[in-house]
Design a protein around this ligand. Structure first.
Ligand code: 5GP
Length: 115
């Protein structure tokens, strides 16, 4: 079963794609948490951070680099932003296709609610 994100990457589902190269595709989150909320997704499925292999290290670095480029393009680099990767149940992961959230455009408050 293809993930929602695989279908977006293949062009089988619509999305507001803001960046694409041979390694990653980036598109706007359908339920944005802030004025800028972009998902940076590897074109090849890695379900969770737990599934990352040593050979994926350049890809993970590239995801961060693309986040930096997109933050500049969105005009949020100077004010700042947050990058998030959720993993499994406690991390609140909903889509099991590794992705980096780029969120910004307003003050984001505390990183995690302290209970
Ligand atoms: P996670 O909780 O797995 O880290 O984040 C999944 C994100 O994907 C959520 O922020 C959710 O709003 C977003 N999302 C889920 N389905 C779709 C979709 O069909 N299109 C887009 N653009 N985003 C989606």
């Amino acid at each position: 079963m293809a993930t929602i994100f695989e279908k977006i990457i293949r062009g089988e589902l619509p999305a507001d794609i803001v960046y694409r190269d041979e390694q990653v595709t980036a598109f706007r989150d359908i339920r944005p948490a802030a004025p800028t909320h972009i998902l940076i997704v590897p074109n090849r499925v890695i379900p969770t951070v737990n599934d990352v292999r040593p050979e994926d290290e350049p890809l993970l670095g590239h995801m961060l680099y693309v986040a930096k480029l997109l933050a500049e393009k969105e005009g949020i680099a100077q004010d700042g932003y947050r990058l998030i990767i959720n993993c499994n149940r406690h991390g609140g992961q909903e889509v099991f296709h590794l992705h980096l959230h780029l969120i910004g455009g307003r003050p984001l408050g505390p990183m995690v609610v302290r209970t």
